[in-house]
Write a protein that binds this ligand. Structure first.
Ligand SMILES: [Zn+2]
Length: 405
């Protein structure tokens, strides 16, 4: 057997196969061809990864990746490949009316695999300054379901944001419409939770495999009761198969909530960034950085890897091919160093936690192609500059400043 690539001697963690040992991995074309203690057959290229952690390619199930069409969207293709992320899911930037633009202009030209939770609001998150679901005429379950089915290769579910800031006085009606669409298309819903709509009321409507995102948010109506204990409805939802996702973002990772939850034996199922123009440079940075925050407050590395790979794949219904190093699946892999030192991590409230471990990406393989962070650096910097411009555009009080070009 002649392989295209062999990755040698890494500490492989693959939660899907319960692997946690030193192994070689061989790739032919865009597939994993072999995984074993020692591969003796030749390969066109070999990479030594002794001392590194090697996992399935990481999956970020919550980000905003539709720049030029939405006020928060970012160009993150190079960023993801430089941080070990091989699949990222846009969480509702597109609705049914602008989904095909997302597929043509973002999904098609990208090396990272981009997927979509299609927003129940037909125009998605085009215009951030205004709430998207105060006017229910924007919700069209049938057309949403039709587009999800039509573009099934690219779509994994329906997105809805259920804070009062997004739905006004409509309470859980947007969620009911999202579930209607999800039932027609036979996909899960991802529900953003936030202040002003009761979480038990939301959980009551959810079905097994639906996803709560922003599980460690501290704005109100979160997973904790007034005594800092996990709501019984949250444990019940988990036992029924509902997933809880981090969705860090600019307002939803609160160390106080996360630490309290972990103390109460409640750990997220999936870690995601909610990366967008306002969260990228600070406080999120990247998925490995977000994962490092949880690693340093007591979540073990195997759970961290599971939450960023296998669990994430299950949450988006792609576990047959993603989040695994099983022979015959797509060759998406990520290698990391766990650096020991002193590192400061910040949450959305500006609270700083000092940690001793940092998960540092060293190599990413997407569909058999190898990417190193250094070679993507200038591309990432260009994209960060564009995101900063967008953030400034969104943030300035233009009317107060007057027109002063
Ligand atoms: Zn988001």
């Amino acid at each position: 057997m002649q392989y295209d690539l062999i990755l040698r001697g890494a500490h492989v963690i693959d939660p899907s196969q319960k692997l946690d040992e030193i192994l070689d991995v061989a790739i032919i074309d865009d597939e994993i061809a072999a995984i074993s203690k020692s591969i003796s057959d030749p390969a066109s290229r070999e990479i030594q990864l002794k001392g590194k952690i090697l996992t399935p390619g990481w999956i970020d199930i919550h980000a905003h990746l539709y720049p030029g069409s939405t006020t928060w969207g970012i160009h993150a293709d190079a960023h993801y490949l430089s941080t070990g992320v091989t699949t990222a899911v846009d969480a509702g930037s597109a609705g049914w009316s602008n989904l095909s633009g997302f597929i043509d202009h973002i999904v098609a030209p990208s090396r990272t695999q981009f997927l979509s939770f299609v927003h129940i609001c037909g125009i998605g998150l085009t215009y951030g300054p205004l709430p998207e679901m105060t006017d229910l005429r924007y919700a069209d379950p049938e057309r949403t379901a039709f587009m999800i089915e039509h573009f099934a290769e690219h779509c994994v579910g329906v997105k809805v944001r259920q804070g009062k800031d997004q739905v006004g006085d409509n309470e859980v009606i947007p969620l009911q419409k999202a579930i209607h669409a999800a039932e027609l298309a036979k996909v899960p819903v991802m529900v953003h939770i936030g202040r002003g709509v009761s979480l038990p009321q939301i959980l009551d409507l959810l079905r097994p495999r639906d996803i709560i995102t922003h599980c460690y948010q501290g704005t109100g109506d979160g997973i904790l009761d007034e005594n800092g204990l996990i709501l019984p409805q949250v444990f019940k939802a988990r036992s029924e198969g509902i997933f809880f996702d981090v969705g860090h973002g600019v307002g939803s990772f609160d160390y106080g909530v996360a630490k309290q939850a972990i103390e109460n034996r409640f750990v997220s199922d999936v870690i995601s960034t909610d990366l967008h123009a306002h969260s990228w440079d600070k406080p999120v940075a990247s998925l490995p950085q977000t994962a490092s925050k949880l690693l340093n407050i007591g979540i073990n590395l195997r759970s961290i890897v599971a939450q960023c790979t296998t669990n994430a794949a299950i949450a988006i219904g792609r576990e047959d091919n993603l989040g695994t190093l099983q022979v015959g699946t797509v060759a998406d892999l990520a290698a990391f160093d766990i650096i020991e030192g002193t590192f400061d991590f910040i949450d959305v409230r500006g609270h700083v936690e000092r940690g001793k471990h940092l998960i540092e990406p060293v190599l990413c393989i997407r569909s058999g192609s190898v990417y190193e962070p250094d070679e993507l650096l200038s591309e990432v910097q260009e994209d960060i500059a564009k995101a900063k411009f967008q953030k400034q555009l969104n943030s300035k009080d233009w009317s107060a400043l007057g027109w002063n070009p």
